[in-house]
Design a protein around this ligand. Structure first.
Ligand code: TRP
Length: 336
């Protein structure tokens, strides 16, 4: 049990789970639970680095917890970041082991600080947004994760995490931290149905994502209105929109995939048939999720209790690491 490799990943509570999150990340998290000791965090400390609404944040955090459990994440593996304040304390220590130059090169900070919401008139760019990757390093290293399943967009943050671990190891003369590896799994990258050249995301607006728990009629409507012709696609090649529909079909179970593909290859593909097949496949897959979610919502308090317990259990790991880190770095430990 104890030599089981550890997997850690986290997600920000930014609203309802969509098919891009599910197929691109969360489905893989569910599968990894069979082989590894998994830690999955809903990272609300990260969510306050950008302009946000305090009244909404806590609800969004619980909503995401419900969604994650409904699609198959074991509540025992789930924690809420702000229930484990050791993340923030380790982040402070890591701030002193992270190079300012290295953190300044993070492209996610550059992108986010240039985004329209960061630039809106009553907004500002917080030090927290700059420091975000150091907190991420703390999330990962506090559980001594071996593997971190994330998308390619997080490679830079993982490299920074390893640099921090490495500097800490050198500075303290102990090989304390094992350098974590990125786990790149070939997950489907789902695109926006309204603009298949961009990834599915909530920030672009309602048309750009399909919710995992969306009503059947809404799923059908969104698939029906998905953009198929983006223009400029050479004969015999798939346009980005058609490719996205095939990707959704395969990811959701693939019933009818071969027929649709041979129709495409022989030049007889009818978009309306393809869309019907995709919609049917998505409706079938998400039906179980919706049922599970309805069950959870009947006893939401029970789930909240379970997650607080799980976070308290997971916190023990974080406390152990933090105590060892403080010991190694010459800081004081309160021994009770
Ligand atoms: N930065 C990640 C994202 O934007 C979220 C995240 C925070 C994370 N802490 C993490 C991912 C630790 C993996 C491990 O998606």
């Amino acid at each position: 049990m104890s030599d089981q490799k550890r997997v850690l990943s986290c997600i920000q509570p930014t609203g309802e789970l969509h098919l891009g999150n599910y197929f691109g990340a969360v489905k893989n998290w569910v599968d990894l639970q069979e082989k590894y000791r998994c830690f999955y965090g809903v990272v609300d400390y990260h969510a306050i680095t950008m302009p946000y609404n305090a009244a909404k944040l806590r609800n969004q955090t619980w909503d995401l917890i419900v969604d994650l459990v409904a699609v198959g994440i074991d509540p025992k593996n789930l924690f809420i970041q702000s229930l484990i304040p050791e993340h923030a304390e380790l982040c402070w220590i890591f701030n002193c082991f992270a190079s300012f130059g290295h953190v300044s090169r993070m492209t996610q900070f550059k992108d986010k600080s240039q985004s329209s919401s960061a630039k809106s008139k009553d907004s500002f760019i917080s030090v927290g947004l700059f420091d975000y990757p150091v907190l991420q390093a703390a999330d990962i290293l506090i559980y001594k994760a071996d593997y971190v399943p994330v998308g390619k967009d997080q490679d830079q943050h993982l490299e920074l995490t390893r640099a921090i671990a490495d500097r800490f190891n050198h500075a303290t003369g102990k090989d304390y931290f094992v350098l974590p590896e990125t786990l790149h799994t070939d997950t489907p990258k789902i695109k926006s149905p309204a603009d298949p050249t961009k990834k599915m995301s909530k920030s672009a607006g309602e048309k750009h994502y399909i919710g995992v728990f969306a009503e059947e009629a809404r799923i059908i409507k969104q698939v029906k209105s998905a953009v198929t012709d983006t223009g400029g696609t050479p004969d015999g090649e798939m346009s980005a929109g058609v490719e996205n529909l095939f990707e959704l079909l395969r990811a959701s179970g693939g019933e009818g995939y071969d027929e649709q593909l041979s129709a495409f290859q022989s030049g007889n593909l009818r978009y309306s048939d393809l869309k019907e097949t995709v919609a049917a496949s998505l409706v079938k897959l998400t039906k179980g999720f919706k049922e599970r979610k309805a069950e959870i919502l009947e006893d939401k308090r029970g789930l909240k209790y379970q997650i607080k317990e799980a976070s308290a259990e997971i916190r023990k790991e974080a406390q152990k690491t933090l105590a060892e880190v403080k010991e190694l770095s010459g800081l004081m430990n309160v021994k009770l």
